[in-house]
Design a protein around this ligand. Sequence first.
Ligand SMILES: *[C@@H]1O[C@H](CO)[C@@H](O)[C@H](O)[C@H]1NC(C)=O
Ligand SMILES: *[C@@H]1O[C@H](CO)[C@@H](O)[C@H](O)[C@H]1NC(C)=O
Length: 395
Amino acid sequence: MKWLLVAVLTAFTISSAVTQSHILVGSPVNSLCADLIHPAGYSCTEHTIQTKDGYILALQRVASPAQNLTLQYGPPVLLQHGLFMAGDVWFLDSPKESLGFILADHGFDVWVGNVRGTRYSYGHVTFSETDKEFWDWSWQDLAMYDLAEMVQYMYSLANSKIFLVGHSQGTIMSFAALTQPRVAEMVEAAALLCPISYLDHVTAPLVERMVFMHLDQMVVALGLHQINFRSETLVKLVDSLCEGHMDCTDFLSSITGKNCCFNDSRIEYYLDYEPHPSSVKNLRHLFQMIRKGSFAQYDYGFLKNILTYGTSKPPEFKLSLIPASLPMWMGYGGSDLLADVKDVERTLAELPSRPELLYLENYGHIDFVLSTSAKEDVYKHMIQFFRARKKSSSW
Ligand SMILES: *[C@@H]1O[C@H](CO)[C@@H](O)[C@H](O)[C@H]1NC(C)=O
Ligand SMILES: *[C@@H]1O[C@H](CO)[C@@H](O)[C@H](O)[C@H]1NC(C)=O
Protein backbone atom coordinates (compact mmCIF):
# COMPACT_ATOMS: atom_id res chain seq x y z
CA MET A 1 0.00 0.00 0.00
CA LYS A 2 2.81 2.37 0.95
CA TRP A 3 4.79 1.80 -2.23
CA LEU A 4 1.66 2.62 -4.19
CA LEU A 5 1.30 5.97 -2.45
CA VAL A 6 4.95 6.76 -3.05
CA ALA A 7 4.65 5.77 -6.72
CA VAL A 8 1.57 7.90 -7.15
CA LEU A 9 3.11 10.90 -5.42
CA THR A 10 6.33 10.59 -7.38
CA ALA A 11 4.44 10.29 -10.66
CA PHE A 12 2.41 13.36 -9.85
CA THR A 13 5.40 15.36 -8.72
CA ILE A 14 7.27 14.56 -11.90
CA SER A 15 4.30 15.35 -14.11
CA SER A 16 3.86 18.64 -12.25
CA ALA A 17 7.50 19.52 -12.55
CA VAL A 18 7.60 19.13 -16.30
CA THR A 19 4.38 21.00 -16.90
CA GLN A 20 5.05 24.62 -16.25
CA SER A 21 1.96 26.00 -17.91
CA HIS A 22 -0.55 27.76 -15.71
CA ILE A 23 -3.21 25.12 -16.25
CA LEU A 24 -2.17 21.50 -16.48
CA VAL A 25 -3.67 19.47 -19.25
CA GLY A 26 -5.38 16.36 -17.94
CA SER A 27 -6.06 15.68 -14.31
CA PRO A 28 -3.68 15.06 -11.45
CA VAL A 29 -3.27 11.54 -10.13
CA ASN A 30 -4.94 12.38 -6.84
CA SER A 31 -8.21 13.91 -7.91
CA LEU A 32 -10.64 15.20 -5.33
CA CYS A 33 -13.34 15.40 -8.02
CA ALA A 34 -12.92 11.71 -8.80
CA ASP A 35 -12.52 10.63 -5.15
CA LEU A 36 -15.53 12.23 -3.52
CA ILE A 37 -17.45 14.70 -5.65
CA HIS A 38 -18.34 12.94 -8.89
CA PRO A 39 -19.38 9.82 -6.96
CA ALA A 40 -21.95 11.97 -5.11
CA GLY A 41 -23.40 13.07 -8.44
CA TYR A 42 -22.07 16.64 -8.36
CA SER A 43 -20.30 18.28 -11.23
CA CYS A 44 -16.68 19.08 -10.52
CA THR A 45 -13.75 20.40 -12.51
CA GLU A 46 -10.07 20.33 -11.58
CA HIS A 47 -8.07 23.55 -11.89
CA THR A 48 -4.35 23.89 -11.42
CA ILE A 49 -2.57 27.04 -10.37
CA GLN A 50 1.05 27.83 -9.72
CA THR A 51 2.15 30.00 -6.82
CA LYS A 52 4.80 32.70 -7.21
CA ASP A 53 7.23 30.44 -5.36
CA GLY A 54 6.63 27.53 -7.73
CA TYR A 55 4.13 25.22 -5.99
CA ILE A 56 1.46 23.52 -8.08
CA LEU A 57 -1.90 23.60 -6.34
CA ALA A 58 -5.17 21.93 -7.23
CA LEU A 59 -8.43 23.80 -6.93
CA GLN A 60 -11.78 22.16 -7.55
CA ARG A 61 -14.92 23.90 -8.75
CA VAL A 62 -18.10 22.17 -7.63
CA ALA A 63 -21.73 22.59 -8.63
CA SER A 64 -24.83 20.71 -7.56
CA PRO A 65 -26.53 18.34 -9.97
CA ALA A 66 -29.53 20.67 -9.99
CA GLN A 67 -27.46 23.50 -11.45
CA ASN A 68 -27.08 23.92 -15.16
CA LEU A 69 -23.48 24.93 -15.61
CA THR A 70 -24.16 26.83 -18.78
CA LEU A 71 -26.35 29.18 -16.77
CA GLN A 72 -24.93 31.90 -14.60
CA TYR A 73 -22.89 30.84 -11.60
CA GLY A 74 -23.91 31.98 -8.12
CA PRO A 75 -21.53 33.89 -5.87
CA PRO A 76 -18.05 32.34 -5.75
CA VAL A 77 -16.96 30.93 -2.39
CA LEU A 78 -13.54 29.49 -1.52
CA LEU A 79 -13.27 26.75 1.12
CA GLN A 80 -9.90 26.78 2.90
CA HIS A 81 -9.20 23.70 5.04
CA GLY A 82 -7.11 23.41 8.22
CA LEU A 83 -3.83 21.78 9.31
CA PHE A 84 -3.27 18.13 8.30
CA MET A 85 -6.40 18.31 6.20
CA ALA A 86 -7.16 19.06 2.55
CA GLY A 87 -10.18 20.06 0.51
CA ASP A 88 -11.64 16.58 0.97
CA VAL A 89 -12.68 17.47 4.52
CA TRP A 90 -15.61 19.57 3.19
CA PHE A 91 -17.07 16.52 1.43
CA LEU A 92 -16.51 13.57 3.80
CA ASP A 93 -20.06 13.30 5.11
CA SER A 94 -23.23 12.93 3.09
CA PRO A 95 -24.36 15.72 0.70
CA LYS A 96 -26.99 16.67 3.28
CA GLU A 97 -24.31 17.11 5.99
CA SER A 98 -21.15 18.41 4.28
CA LEU A 99 -20.56 22.13 3.81
CA GLY A 100 -19.12 21.79 0.28
CA PHE A 101 -22.21 20.02 -1.03
CA ILE A 102 -24.61 22.20 0.95
CA LEU A 103 -23.15 25.44 -0.46
CA ALA A 104 -23.39 24.01 -3.99
CA ASP A 105 -27.03 23.04 -3.34
CA HIS A 106 -27.66 26.64 -2.31
CA GLY A 107 -26.39 27.82 -5.69
CA PHE A 108 -22.93 28.97 -4.66
CA ASP A 109 -20.06 28.63 -7.10
CA VAL A 110 -17.97 26.45 -4.77
CA TRP A 111 -14.17 26.40 -5.04
CA VAL A 112 -12.04 24.08 -2.94
CA GLY A 113 -8.51 25.03 -1.88
CA ASN A 114 -5.72 22.50 -1.20
CA VAL A 115 -2.48 23.90 0.21
CA ARG A 116 1.03 22.80 -0.77
CA GLY A 117 2.11 19.45 0.65
CA THR A 118 -1.40 17.94 0.71
CA ARG A 119 -1.96 14.89 -1.49
CA TYR A 120 -4.13 16.88 -3.90
CA SER A 121 -1.62 19.67 -4.40
CA TYR A 122 1.58 17.73 -4.50
CA GLY A 123 4.13 19.38 -6.71
CA HIS A 124 6.67 22.07 -7.39
CA VAL A 125 8.23 23.27 -10.61
CA THR A 126 11.77 22.44 -9.40
CA PHE A 127 11.69 20.53 -6.13
CA SER A 128 10.29 17.10 -5.40
CA GLU A 129 8.82 16.04 -2.09
CA THR A 130 12.05 14.29 -1.15
CA ASP A 131 13.94 17.62 -1.30
CA LYS A 132 14.13 19.50 1.97
CA GLU A 133 13.55 22.73 0.03
CA PHE A 134 10.09 21.43 -0.91
CA TRP A 135 9.11 21.61 2.79
CA ASP A 136 10.68 25.00 3.53
CA TRP A 137 7.49 26.89 4.37
CA SER A 138 5.04 27.64 7.16
CA TRP A 139 1.52 29.05 7.35
CA GLN A 140 2.70 32.54 6.43
CA ASP A 141 3.64 31.17 2.98
CA LEU A 142 0.29 29.38 2.79
CA ALA A 143 -1.31 32.78 3.39
CA MET A 144 0.89 34.99 1.22
CA TYR A 145 1.37 32.61 -1.71
CA ASP A 146 -1.23 29.81 -1.72
CA LEU A 147 -4.29 31.65 -0.45
CA ALA A 148 -3.41 34.88 -2.28
CA GLU A 149 -3.01 32.96 -5.55
CA MET A 150 -6.27 31.04 -5.14
CA VAL A 151 -8.21 34.21 -4.37
CA GLN A 152 -6.60 35.99 -7.35
CA TYR A 153 -7.41 33.10 -9.70
CA MET A 154 -11.07 32.95 -8.64
CA TYR A 155 -11.42 36.71 -8.68
CA SER A 156 -10.13 36.95 -12.26
CA LEU A 157 -12.30 34.08 -13.46
CA ALA A 158 -15.49 35.13 -11.70
CA ASN A 159 -14.83 38.81 -12.28
CA SER A 160 -16.29 39.52 -8.87
CA LYS A 161 -15.31 39.57 -5.24
CA ILE A 162 -15.39 36.21 -3.51
CA PHE A 163 -16.61 34.79 -0.22
CA LEU A 164 -13.97 33.13 1.89
CA VAL A 165 -14.56 30.25 4.33
CA GLY A 166 -11.74 29.03 6.55
CA HIS A 167 -11.39 26.37 9.23
CA SER A 168 -8.64 26.40 11.88
CA GLN A 169 -5.29 26.92 10.10
CA GLY A 170 -7.42 28.13 7.18
CA THR A 171 -8.45 31.02 9.46
CA ILE A 172 -4.84 31.78 10.46
CA MET A 173 -4.09 31.99 6.73
CA SER A 174 -7.18 34.14 6.15
CA PHE A 175 -6.35 36.62 8.92
CA ALA A 176 -2.76 36.94 7.71
CA ALA A 177 -3.76 37.31 4.04
CA LEU A 178 -6.53 39.81 4.81
CA THR A 179 -4.02 42.17 6.45
CA GLN A 180 -2.77 42.65 2.85
CA PRO A 181 -4.89 45.23 1.00
CA ARG A 182 -4.32 43.50 -2.36
CA VAL A 183 -6.03 40.35 -1.00
CA ALA A 184 -8.67 42.06 1.14
CA GLU A 185 -9.98 44.05 -1.81
CA MET A 186 -10.89 40.81 -3.65
CA VAL A 187 -12.89 39.41 -0.71
CA GLU A 188 -16.58 40.21 -0.27
CA ALA A 189 -16.87 38.66 3.21
CA ALA A 190 -15.22 35.97 5.33
CA ALA A 191 -16.75 33.19 7.43
CA LEU A 192 -14.30 31.67 9.89
CA LEU A 193 -14.78 28.38 11.71
CA CYS A 194 -12.64 27.97 14.86
CA PRO A 195 -10.90 31.30 14.21
CA ILE A 196 -7.25 31.42 15.28
CA SER A 197 -4.76 34.23 15.31
CA TYR A 198 -3.44 33.71 18.85
CA LEU A 199 -2.69 30.28 20.24
CA ASP A 200 -1.29 30.81 23.72
CA HIS A 201 -4.37 29.46 25.50
CA VAL A 202 -4.26 26.08 23.81
CA THR A 203 -5.14 23.45 26.44
CA ALA A 204 -5.29 20.30 24.31
CA PRO A 205 -3.30 17.87 26.50
CA LEU A 206 -1.39 16.13 23.73
CA VAL A 207 -0.53 19.43 22.04
CA GLU A 208 0.70 20.87 25.34
CA ARG A 209 2.81 17.78 25.85
CA MET A 210 4.29 18.02 22.34
CA VAL A 211 5.14 21.67 22.90
CA PHE A 212 6.61 20.93 26.33
CA MET A 213 8.73 18.07 24.96
CA HIS A 214 9.84 20.15 21.97
CA LEU A 215 8.51 17.63 19.52
CA ASP A 216 9.24 20.15 16.77
CA GLN A 217 12.96 20.00 17.61
CA MET A 218 12.84 16.22 17.99
CA VAL A 219 11.64 15.79 14.42
CA VAL A 220 14.29 18.20 13.16
CA ALA A 221 16.90 16.14 15.02
CA LEU A 222 15.55 13.07 13.23
CA GLY A 223 16.30 14.80 9.93
CA LEU A 224 12.63 15.14 9.00
CA HIS A 225 11.27 18.07 7.03
CA GLN A 226 7.84 16.68 6.45
CA ILE A 227 5.25 15.74 9.07
CA ASN A 228 3.49 12.71 7.73
CA PHE A 229 1.42 10.80 10.26
CA ARG A 230 1.35 7.85 7.90
CA SER A 231 5.10 7.41 8.18
CA GLU A 232 6.53 4.85 10.60
CA THR A 233 8.81 7.36 12.32
CA LEU A 234 5.92 9.62 13.24
CA VAL A 235 3.69 6.76 14.34
CA LYS A 236 6.48 5.53 16.67
CA LEU A 237 7.09 9.02 18.03
CA VAL A 238 3.44 9.59 18.86
CA ASP A 239 3.23 6.11 20.42
CA SER A 240 6.15 6.94 22.69
CA LEU A 241 4.52 10.23 23.70
CA CYS A 242 1.34 8.42 24.66
CA GLU A 243 2.84 5.37 26.34
CA GLY A 244 2.90 5.78 30.07
CA HIS A 245 2.82 9.56 29.85
CA MET A 246 -0.81 10.16 29.16
CA ASP A 247 -4.03 8.53 28.11
CA CYS A 248 -4.27 8.72 24.36
CA THR A 249 -7.16 6.31 23.98
CA ASP A 250 -9.21 9.21 22.76
CA PHE A 251 -6.44 10.48 20.54
CA LEU A 252 -8.50 13.03 18.65
CA SER A 253 -9.93 14.58 21.83
CA SER A 254 -6.46 14.91 23.29
CA ILE A 255 -5.50 17.02 20.26
CA THR A 256 -8.67 18.96 19.51
CA GLY A 257 -10.90 18.85 22.56
CA LYS A 258 -14.07 16.81 22.96
CA ASN A 259 -16.19 16.78 19.84
CA CYS A 260 -19.88 16.45 20.59
CA CYS A 261 -21.41 15.59 17.30
CA PHE A 262 -19.42 13.71 14.79
CA ASN A 263 -20.15 10.11 13.99
CA ASP A 264 -17.49 7.88 15.62
CA SER A 265 -18.37 4.89 13.49
CA ARG A 266 -17.05 6.76 10.45
CA ILE A 267 -13.52 7.23 11.82
CA GLU A 268 -12.01 4.45 9.70
CA TYR A 269 -13.45 6.06 6.61
CA TYR A 270 -12.22 9.54 7.61
CA LEU A 271 -8.76 8.07 8.07
CA ASP A 272 -8.75 7.01 4.42
CA TYR A 273 -8.49 10.75 3.68
CA GLU A 274 -7.03 12.51 6.71
CA PRO A 275 -4.46 13.36 7.89
CA HIS A 276 -2.56 14.98 5.03
CA PRO A 277 1.12 15.92 5.36
CA SER A 278 2.44 19.29 6.43
CA SER A 279 5.93 20.69 6.98
CA VAL A 280 8.09 20.57 10.11
CA LYS A 281 8.69 24.30 9.70
CA ASN A 282 4.95 24.89 9.81
CA LEU A 283 4.65 22.91 13.04
CA ARG A 284 7.54 24.93 14.51
CA HIS A 285 5.83 28.16 13.53
CA LEU A 286 2.60 27.03 15.22
CA PHE A 287 4.56 26.01 18.34
CA GLN A 288 6.19 29.46 18.35
CA MET A 289 2.70 30.96 18.47
CA ILE A 290 1.78 28.73 21.42
CA ARG A 291 4.99 29.55 23.30
CA LYS A 292 5.06 33.29 22.66
CA GLY A 293 1.42 34.26 22.30
CA SER A 294 2.21 36.25 19.18
CA PHE A 295 0.72 36.39 15.70
CA ALA A 296 3.92 37.04 13.81
CA GLN A 297 6.07 35.77 10.99
CA TYR A 298 8.39 32.80 11.47
CA ASP A 299 11.05 33.37 14.11
CA TYR A 300 14.49 32.33 12.79
CA GLY A 301 16.36 33.63 15.82
CA PHE A 302 18.16 36.93 16.25
CA LEU A 303 20.70 36.84 13.42
CA LYS A 304 18.65 35.28 10.69
CA ASN A 305 15.70 37.50 11.62
CA ILE A 306 17.90 40.52 10.94
CA LEU A 307 19.01 39.05 7.62
CA THR A 308 15.48 38.03 6.63
CA TYR A 309 13.31 40.80 8.03
CA GLY A 310 15.78 43.53 8.93
CA THR A 311 14.61 43.37 12.55
CA SER A 312 15.69 41.21 15.49
CA LYS A 313 12.11 40.02 16.03
CA PRO A 314 9.83 38.73 13.28
CA PRO A 315 7.26 41.31 12.11
CA GLU A 316 3.76 40.85 13.53
CA PHE A 317 0.61 40.41 11.51
CA LYS A 318 -1.57 43.30 12.62
CA LEU A 319 -5.25 42.39 12.78
CA SER A 320 -5.94 46.13 12.91
CA LEU A 321 -4.97 46.28 9.20
CA ILE A 322 -7.94 44.12 8.16
CA PRO A 323 -10.44 46.63 6.74
CA ALA A 324 -13.31 47.43 9.11
CA SER A 325 -15.54 47.40 6.02
CA LEU A 326 -14.89 43.70 5.38
CA PRO A 327 -17.83 41.75 6.84
CA MET A 328 -16.90 38.76 8.99
CA TRP A 329 -18.73 35.89 10.60
CA MET A 330 -17.22 33.50 13.11
CA GLY A 331 -18.29 30.17 14.55
CA TYR A 332 -16.47 28.93 17.67
CA GLY A 333 -17.00 26.27 20.30
CA GLY A 334 -16.80 25.94 24.08
CA SER A 335 -15.15 22.51 23.81
CA ASP A 336 -12.54 23.58 21.30
CA LEU A 337 -9.12 23.25 22.96
CA LEU A 338 -7.25 24.72 19.96
CA ALA A 339 -9.30 27.82 19.14
CA ASP A 340 -9.70 28.66 22.82
CA VAL A 341 -12.41 31.17 23.75
CA LYS A 342 -9.85 33.46 25.44
CA ASP A 343 -7.75 33.61 22.27
CA VAL A 344 -10.86 34.21 20.15
CA GLU A 345 -11.77 37.11 22.44
CA ARG A 346 -8.33 38.64 21.98
CA THR A 347 -8.71 38.34 18.20
CA LEU A 348 -12.09 40.06 18.41
CA ALA A 349 -10.69 42.87 20.54
CA GLU A 350 -7.97 43.60 17.96
CA LEU A 351 -10.13 43.46 14.84
CA PRO A 352 -11.44 46.85 13.66
CA SER A 353 -14.73 45.25 12.58
CA ARG A 354 -17.42 43.64 14.70
CA PRO A 355 -17.87 40.14 13.33
CA GLU A 356 -21.16 38.29 13.65
CA LEU A 357 -20.65 35.49 16.15
CA LEU A 358 -22.01 32.01 16.61
CA TYR A 359 -20.94 30.36 19.86
CA LEU A 360 -21.73 26.69 20.44
CA GLU A 361 -20.99 25.56 23.97
CA ASN A 362 -20.73 21.83 23.17
CA TYR A 363 -18.81 22.07 19.88
CA GLY A 364 -15.20 20.93 19.55
CA HIS A 365 -12.63 21.71 16.87
CA ILE A 366 -13.65 18.95 14.44
CA ASP A 367 -17.39 19.38 14.91
CA PHE A 368 -17.31 22.51 12.78
CA VAL A 369 -16.41 20.43 9.72
CA LEU A 370 -17.69 16.95 10.53
CA SER A 371 -20.63 17.23 12.95
CA THR A 372 -23.66 15.41 11.63
CA SER A 373 -25.82 18.34 12.75
CA ALA A 374 -23.56 21.16 11.53
CA LYS A 375 -25.99 22.04 8.77
CA GLU A 376 -28.59 23.16 11.34
CA ASP A 377 -26.15 24.25 14.03
CA VAL A 378 -23.65 26.17 11.88
CA TYR A 379 -23.94 26.21 8.08
CA LYS A 380 -27.49 27.55 8.00
CA HIS A 381 -26.31 30.66 9.86
CA MET A 382 -23.24 31.07 7.65
CA ILE A 383 -25.41 30.92 4.52
CA GLN A 384 -27.79 33.52 5.98
CA PHE A 385 -24.79 35.77 6.59
CA PHE A 386 -23.63 35.37 2.96
CA ARG A 387 -27.13 35.92 1.58
CA ALA A 388 -27.49 39.15 3.54
CA ARG A 389 -24.30 40.44 1.84
CA LYS A 390 -25.74 39.74 -1.61
CA LYS A 391 -29.34 40.72 -1.03
CA SER A 392 -29.31 43.33 -3.79
CA SER A 393 -28.51 40.80 -6.53
CA SER A 394 -31.02 38.50 -8.19
CA TRP A 395 -29.41 35.44 -6.63
C1 LIG B 1 -28.58 24.07 -19.91
O1 LIG B 1 -28.98 25.33 -20.37
C2 LIG B 1 -28.73 25.53 -21.76
C3 LIG B 1 -29.07 26.97 -22.12
O2 LIG B 1 -30.27 27.37 -21.52
C4 LIG B 1 -29.55 24.49 -22.57
O3 LIG B 1 -29.29 24.65 -23.97
C5 LIG B 1 -29.12 23.09 -22.12
O4 LIG B 1 -29.94 22.12 -22.78
C6 LIG B 1 -29.28 22.93 -20.60
N1 LIG B 1 -28.73 21.65 -20.20
C7 LIG B 1 -29.32 20.85 -19.31
C8 LIG B 1 -28.59 19.60 -18.98
O5 LIG B 1 -30.38 21.14 -18.77
C1 LIG C 1 -23.03 7.04 11.42
O1 LIG C 1 -22.34 6.57 10.28
C2 LIG C 1 -22.75 5.28 9.88
C3 LIG C 1 -21.82 4.85 8.74
O2 LIG C 1 -21.75 5.85 7.74
C4 LIG C 1 -24.22 5.33 9.47
O3 LIG C 1 -24.65 4.04 9.09
C5 LIG C 1 -25.05 5.84 10.63
O4 LIG C 1 -26.40 6.00 10.23
C6 LIG C 1 -24.51 7.17 11.11
N1 LIG C 1 -25.23 7.60 12.31
C7 LIG C 1 -25.72 8.85 12.43
C8 LIG C 1 -26.39 9.15 13.74
O5 LIG C 1 -25.65 9.70 11.56
